[in-house]
Design a protein around this ligand. Structure first.
Ligand code: ATP
Ligand code: MG
Length: 140
């Protein structure tokens, strides 16, 4: 087993409904530790840069508009197999397909406003963590 870190974002639909604590409880109850956390308002350029991998998808402009529609909470989660474990805690992208008990099943409003982001691979996690945090910000 390897201790990993992954980048999580609590999205604007969730911060607007004051769900940060309930979502953080899901991570902590599943054994992930929040080792860095920042609440920020992304600019359009920052959201476009973060989601650059999706720039050719038809939903890109709507996704960027949504991600800057309110504050987000960027966080680093640490634990055994944190990348995959967080994807399990989050549930499927489309909340209608998400397993019961997952964050998206319980809280997401739609396939776009789906409450959380999580890195999808260790390489992506390292790159996404460095987008939001310096090494000195992460305290295990
Ligand atoms: P995330 O990257 O946010 O953790 P994900 O990996 O489950 O989510 P991706 O395929 O990477 O899903 O899509 C990134 C985000 O783009 C989704 O979380 C969602 O907000 C939005 N999105 C994905 N597919 C659609 C779609 N068909 N229509 C609208 N928005 C979408
Ligand atoms: Mg993704």
């Amino acid at each position: 087993m390897t201790v990993e870190r992954t980048l999580s974002i609590i999205k604007p639909d969730a911060t607007r409904r004051n769900l940060t604590g309930k979502i953080n409880a899901k991570f902590e109850d599943a054994g992930l530790k929040i080792v860095a956390q920042r609440r920020i308002q992304l600019s359009k350029a920052q959201a476009e840069a973060f989601y650059a991998v999706h720039s050719h998808r038809p939903f890109f402009n709507d996704l960027v508009s949504f991600m800057i529609s309110g504050p987000v909470v960027a966080q680093v989660l640490e634990g055994e197999n944190a990348v995959l474990k967080n994807r399990e805690i989050m549930g499927a992208t489309d909340p209608k397909k998400a397993d019961a008990g997952t964050i998206r099943a319980e809280f997401a409003e739609s396939i776009e406003a789906n409450s959380v982001h999580g890195s999808d691979a260790p390489e992506a996690a390292a790159q996404e963590i460095s987008f939001f945090f310096a090494a000195i910000d992460i305290v295990a």
